[in-house]
Design a protein around this ligand. Sequence first.
Ligand SMILES: Nc1nc2c(ncn2[C@@H]2O[C@H](COP(=O)(O)OP(=O)(O)OP(=O)(O)O)[C@@H](O)[C@H]2O)c(=O)[nH]1
Ligand SMILES: [Mg+2]
Length: 386
Amino acid sequence: MSAPMGDGIGIANLPNQRHKIVAKRGAHFTIMVVGESGLGKTTLINTLFSTELSPSKSYHKRHTKLLDKLTEVEIIKAELEEKAFKVKLTVIDTPGFGDYVNNRDSWSPIVDFIDDQHEAYMRQEQQPQRHEKTDLRVHACLYFIRPTGHTLKPLDIEIMKRLGTRVNLIPVVAKADTLTQNDLFVFKQRVREVIAAQGIRIYTPPVDASAEEEAEHAKMLIEAIPFSIIGSTEDVKTPDGRITKGREYLWGVAEVENENHCDFKKLRQLLIRTHMLDLISTTEENHYENYRQQQMETRKFGEPKVKKLDNPKFREEEEQLRKKFTDQVKAEEARFRQWEQHLIAERDRLNKDLEMAHSAIKQLEVELDNLGAGGYGGTGSRGQRR
Ligand SMILES: Nc1nc2c(ncn2[C@@H]2O[C@H](COP(=O)(O)OP(=O)(O)OP(=O)(O)O)[C@@H](O)[C@H]2O)c(=O)[nH]1
Ligand SMILES: [Mg+2]
């Protein structure tokens, strides 16, 4: 029993059907960028817009949204259209978190934001009238990795683990132009190893063995993960006379769209051309469905979600714990300082003793020499005189 082919029904045509449904509705596609401060998140968004989305066809609208007292995200909207296939593209630019140990609070609003969009969508679905939902569920989350040349930091691992279970996580190596080709190759390899060893969930393009060309393309994309990125909106002139987006150096030009320099083109292809539908449907079928089921298990229908950090009791507890910890550290520090003072005093005392012993020895030696010069002879006689 083979599935009917060619008439638009059947498993073989599933991606096609999905395409049609999404095309009819007009897709909402939301990308989010996350990572430490200064890694080029905003620059990459601007690069995407300046290379792909021509201003005549798309409109930009930037507005900011406050997540909590400290965190503000910027939301950029544009409309893409390709062969009657309309996409409302939204890019969410988050402020980078600092490079500190205790910066947990600076990224938890980002994780909360993702959950909140699932929550908002779920609540709208529960309304009797379900048309025209506002939908900011994140379909692709680009996580920026600092190009250290070493490996992922513990903070990266912690955040990526949390993101990976909530969204389609796409790791990218920032500022690829700051590493040599060889260092970049080794670095990407190490990042892949850590991702696997730590069980971090990342988005992997599906490989459909029945469609050879697509499968090859997917494999090529998978091999490029984590995508290395060069961001720039500047037009520069290459040594061979081309004008292109890139970054100019004494040694030449790092080109954004040159596949020998970075994976920007592959990433853009994945996001805007080949895997947008897969990113949308996996968000719907896996991530949103996970969220919905989890919430259904832990609360009654229609009951509001309890946010851990919003709960005054938790906040108070956290504050108390933090204070206790800080006090303990302070006390320990004072104790160490005292101990150090004591050691220094002890060392000085010993030094002084040593000096005194030295001068006493010197004195004795002088006396001995004097005695020797007085005619009582060599070492043998010294022993006898004692
Ligand atoms: N070498 C190099 N520099 C880059 C690249 N992308 C951005 N930069 C530079 O890095 C600096 C920070 O870039 P942003 O785009 O503001 O970084 P961000 O991640 O948005 O920073 P926050 O908003 O503070 O989190 C700027 O001076 C950029 O010109 C890149 O690919 N390579
Ligand atoms: Mg920025």
